[in-house]
Design a protein around this ligand. Sequence first.
Ligand SMILES: NC(=O)c1ccc[n+]([C@@H]2O[C@H](COP(=O)([O-])OP(=O)(O)OC[C@H]3O[C@@H](n4cnc5c(N)ncnc54)[C@H](OP(=O)(O)O)[C@@H]3O)[C@@H](O)[C@H]2O)c1
Length: 303
Amino acid sequence: MNRILICGCNGLLGQRLSAQLSVRTELEVLNTSTERDFVFSDRPYDYTQLDITRRSDVRSLVSSFQPTIIINAAAATNVDWCETNREDAWKVNVMGVENLAEAARRSGSRLIHISTDYVFDGRSGPYDEAAQPNPLSYYGKTKLASENAVRTANIPHAIIRTIILYGTGIRVKPSFPIWVINSLRDGTRIRVVDDQWGNPTHVADLANSIIRVCESGTTGLFHAAGSESLNRYDFALRIADVFRLDGALVDRIPSSSLNQPAPRPMISGLLTKDTETRLGIRFMNVTEGLMLLKHELQQFTRN
Ligand SMILES: NC(=O)c1ccc[n+]([C@@H]2O[C@H](COP(=O)([O-])OP(=O)(O)OC[C@H]3O[C@@H](n4cnc5c(N)ncnc54)[C@H](OP(=O)(O)O)[C@@H]3O)[C@@H](O)[C@H]2O)c1
């Protein structure tokens, strides 16, 4: 593990990986994203613009940097946007990944790619790594196609699925707990579905799994997710509890009342035992994850 290319470094996961890996002096890390500016432009990290959908750009950057490992944290992650912007979603989530896989093959790099529980239909979760995918949404379809693109590319690779990712980041779309905290702090009533289940995952756990995969050289399919499964309404109440906010402002609703363009897996969740054993790590439960978030938010406002 010595030369690492991070794609999508301005996203929630990408920022975490950049911050953790760029400070390691034994590594040469090149951070990339579509934007002109890097969110950590005040830090001495290497950064260049890269849109993963631009095949020739991907090819030439990978060929000149010769990464040992490419980590793909880039994706179109707005599930409803993907449902209604199918061509663009496919371009980023599938063709972008094909470009990375092809470039990895040419340069002999290992590719670490991130996927989602949305590859499952949510009829009988939680799912282990051997479970049969059956995506309901277009986003889920693109992510399954991206997994297949990596799997069939004949390159050393790891695919790491995660679920309900949250954490802090600069200029990222607020994750579910941040939305709940901000709303309740403002005294705003919120409506939260009580029929979608999954295990919320602090981005630190996902980033640490990716780094363990990098360090160990291990390949294959992994599930990186928090150790506790619950529905979104109960998650909102746990957030209120940890952050000492008024849980009475949270109203429970069924998913059907939201009229979201993309169907969601309802009884989802990722089983992680096999991944935890293979990587020698233990994922946080809901309280541990939220306590870490609380600590990080305090640091964030202090800086
Ligand atoms: N968030 C979740 O709850 C969740 C759950 C399960 C799995 N995942 C997976 O986890 C991974 C990381 O998610 P995240 O939450 O960190 O997402 P995120 O915050 O939306 O970050 C994704 C990043 O990719 C960038 N990107 C989009 N198109 C690109 C392109 N063509 N070339 C280069 N970069 C591009 C985005 O930039 P722009 O913002 O400028 O488009 C964004 O900075 C994704 O693979 C996602 O599918 C996420």
